[in-house]
Design a protein around this ligand. Structure first.
Ligand code: SAM
Length: 261
């Protein structure tokens, strides 16, 4: 299937098949039998629990490294007033803008929206999308390797940030990972919250025959980076998972919430 080239860094701007990724991860399992939906239902359920606890809320919300996705915004909209997305690759930012502007070839998020509507005990999944579109303010470029990852833009600190499957894709060593977590931390106000989730113990994943690098992380690496970056009340849940070896080699998904001191 894949050749041996391992994609990373600027390859996200050229070799990341956005349509394949969205269809595979966020449509029904039938459309992409290699994937299935276990990881995303776990994450959507955890996000719903976190925001309905009332402990994580604020005015300004940032989704960091959104890729072409908006699923983390659905439950967040109940807890925040203004939503910003930022993403490294322009092709991914364009996908989000398409969805925001309701363009006809935008990805259809209804499978995920229906799951969130069910969690909220109503049937109006369209209303969730409309509320997110209303609160979305801007889609910015970002690079987590920079001290100000939103550079050249400068923004007031955020109250809540989520980031998923991004830092392990962007960093090639634990030192770089620690720096990246500190860079994201610099965007959060004191007392604000970070919700971070991603792949455990994964060294690669495949997007339409292209093999992408992933930094092997264990929960200890993640929690250590968060402590070094000034977070406390760190709570981690793990969903053990194993996919086919030729698609990726992850051993589970972590879901971590924490507060900036
Ligand atoms: C596996 S995708 C995750 C996308 C999305 N957050 C999700 O959960 O589906 C990895 C993301 O990392 C982003 N990325 C790669 N290098 C980056 C960097 N230096 N700074 C910020 N993001 C980066 C890619 O553009 C891509 O959107």
């Amino acid at each position: 299937m894949t050749d041996k080239t391992v994609r990373k860094g600027d390859d996200y701007k050229r070799n990341f098949d956005v349509d394949w990724y969205l269809k595979c991860c966020f449509s029904t399992p039938l459309e992409c039998p290699e994937e299935g939906d276990t990881s995303y239902t776990f994450l959507l359920d955890e996000l719903h629990k976190t925001y309905s606890s009332g402990k994580v809320k604020g005015k300004r919300f940032l989704e960091f490294g959104s890729g072409p996705t908006v699923h983390t915004l659905f439950s967040a909209r109940n807890a925040v007033e203004e939503i910003t997305c930022c993403e490294f690759a322009e092709c991914n930012r364009k996908q989000i803008e398409k969805w925001w502007k309701k363009e006809c070839d935008a990805f259809d998020w209804s499978v995920v929206l229906k799951h969130v509507a069910q969690l909220e005990q109503h049937r109006d999944h369209e209303r969730i999308a409309a509320e997110v579109r209303e609160k979305l303010q801007e889609v910015l470029p970002c690079d987590v390797r920079l001290q100000n990852p939103l550079s050249p833009n400068i923004r007031e600190p955020y109250d809540v940030i989520t980031t998923s499957f991004t830092l392990e894709a962007a960093c090639e060593s634990i030192d770089q990972y620690n720096e990246a977590v500190a860079n994201v931390s610099s965007l959060i106000r004191q007392g604000g919250h970070l919700i971070m989730f991603g792949a455990l113990s994964q060294s690669f994943y495949v997007v339409n025959k292209e093999r992408f690098f992933s930094l092997r992380l264990e929960t200890g690496d993640i929690e250590n980076a968060l402590k070094l970056a000034g977070f406390e009340n760190i709570e981690t849940k793990v969903c053990p998972l194993e996919y086919q070896l030729d698609m990726c080699d992850l051993k589970g998904i972590f879901y971590t919430t924490c507060m900036k001191r």
